[in-house]
Design a protein around this ligand. Structure first.
Ligand code: EPU
Length: 417
């Protein structure tokens, strides 16, 4: 267990470079198992979720080696369709093994995954997709069992544009016979990134990034190399830290298009944002203005940025209303922010944030990944010392966060709890 001790009120100044996308990496890494040969994935963030996935693949018999931010994955001795709970429990995205194992072996047995506790996260849409492709699917004793004599492409309408279901169906459909059409598909940037990787391996995926994705299955997929897209949520976190500290930060290695929902809202909150090629410069106001936000699937305002944003708005000069439309329990940061002097009330899935002139440091505890980002941002803008306990949760998704913050002038130190 580790904690981050933050002495707040330093304006963040300078440049920071974001790493590869967590949510893309956790799809691209298992997808490499579909190839017949060795794939090399670059620009991977060396975060806990990626390392855990590497461990899972090697425990399943694949040969995996890591060098810097690259991972080479060769299916070699990979022959098991069983991914037991003990192996997959640490990582929610291990559910992508269902699509991969089903595509590769026609069967899969995967423990239902863990991950952040942000409310119920059903996988009915994933299973509906697998069944439409011809698989039998059962869930018993916390294990998902899938079996198909042969996968055959089919039209699939998703009830909600689930990122996980869209990706899992793309994975399974890439080796099915015929064409699969996913309607009401998720449009998030990592769906497009995975499609590019599948296509590089020889699959035929069209329309990723729109709400209709077509996958023409192929019988064989080749080795390919891929570079993961930049992490839009890491970029969003640094952008918000800049605003919260009235800082002036250039965030490098971003795809500015992916950040549009963040940029638009931070501008409304009073930030001056300039975009140029692969960077954004964010200059924060003395005190943010209040704004109203509702989380929505991409290109709407992302749920993953909601928690960090609440910390920014906690010091706004007025009342903001933040609606969470994706998860039942994504306000785990609020009670901790209140302990730091924030004035926030949660009613159902809505937070009413009455800005206060100052936050005051306190010991706080991280409940989930983005709550961790939220508490760090609050600590950076607060008077006095904030102890963020439970940093191992933050390490699941952020690479070298303390080092990057220090390079921007933050006074942060890591300690064992
Ligand atoms: N849902 C269902 N049935 C399903 C699938 C989803 O009802 O079969 C519901 C969920 O309960 C949720 C909504 O649909 O209310 C959206 O879920 P989605 O499947 O899109 O989310 P996910 O694939 O489980 C990914 C990210 C999350 C991010 C969401 C939304 C990964 C590994 N995780 O989760 O990332 O919040 O999309 O954008 O890609 C994070 O990075 O902190 C994080 C939680």
């Amino acid at each position: 267990m580790s904690r981050l001790v933050i002495r707040g009120r330093n304006r963040l100044l300078g440049e920071v470079t974001v790493g590869g996308s967590k949510n893309s990496s956790v799809a691209v890494v298992p997808a490499a198992l579909l190839a017949d040969g060795k794939c090399v994935i670059d620009n991977l963030p060396m975060i806990r979720d990626v390392r855990v996935f590497a461990q899972i693949l090697s425990d399943l018999g694949a040969s995996v080696s890591i060098e810097g931010n690259s991972m080479a994955i060769a299916p070699n001795g990979f022959s098991s369709h069983v991914a037991p709970y003990d192996l997959v429990k640490k990582l929610r995205a291990s559910y992508y093994l269902m699509g991969v194992l089903l595509a590769k072996f026609g069967r899969a047995e995967v423990g239902l995954p863990g991950g952040c506790d942000i409310g119920p996260r059903p996988i009915d849409q994933h299973l509906k997709g697998f069944r439409a492709l011809g698989a039998e699917a059962t869930v018993e004793g916390g294990v998902v069992r899938l079996h198909a004599k042969k996968l055959v492409g089919a039209p699939i309408y998703l009830d909600i544009p689930s990122v996980g279901a869209t990706i899992n169906i793309m994975l399974a459909a890439s080796r099915a016979e015929g064409t699969t059409i996913i309607e009401n598909a998720a449009k998030e940037p990592h769906v497009v990134d995975l499609a590019n990787f599948l296509n590089a391996m020889g699959a035929r995926v069209l329309g990723a990034g729109t709400d209709v994705v077509r996958v023409r299955g192929v019988s064989k997929m080749n080795a390919a190399n891929h570079s993961v897209i930049p992490d839009d949520m890491e970029a969003a976190t640094f952008m918000m830290a800049a605003v919260a500290t009235s800082g002036d930060v250039v965030v490098r290695n971003v795809i500015t298009k992916h950040l549009e929902p963040i940029t638009a809202k931070l501008k409304e909150a009073g930030a001056v944002i300039t975009e140029n090629g692969d960077y954004v410069r964010v200059q924060g106001p003395e005190r943010p203005h209040p704004i109203n936000v509702k989380t929505l699937p991409y290109p709407g305002f992302p749920t993953d940025a909601q928690q960090p944003l609440v910390s920014v708005l906690a010091r706004a000069d007025g009342v903001s209303v933040v609606q969470e439309s994706m998860y039942d329990n994504r306000f785990g940061h609020v009670n901790e922010l209140v302990r730091m002097g924030a004035n926030i009330k949660v009613e159902g899935r809505t937070a009413i944030v009455e800005g206060v002139p100052k936050l005051v440091g306190a010991p706080v505890k991280v409940s989930d990944l983005r709550a961790g980002a939220s508490l760090i941002i609050a600590g950076l803008s607060a008077h006095g010392v904030t102890e963020v306990n439970g940093m191992e949760i933050v390490q699941r998704g952020y690479e070298m966060m303390p080092e990057k913050l220090r390079s921007l002038g933050a006074d942060v130190t890591e300690e064992d709890e």
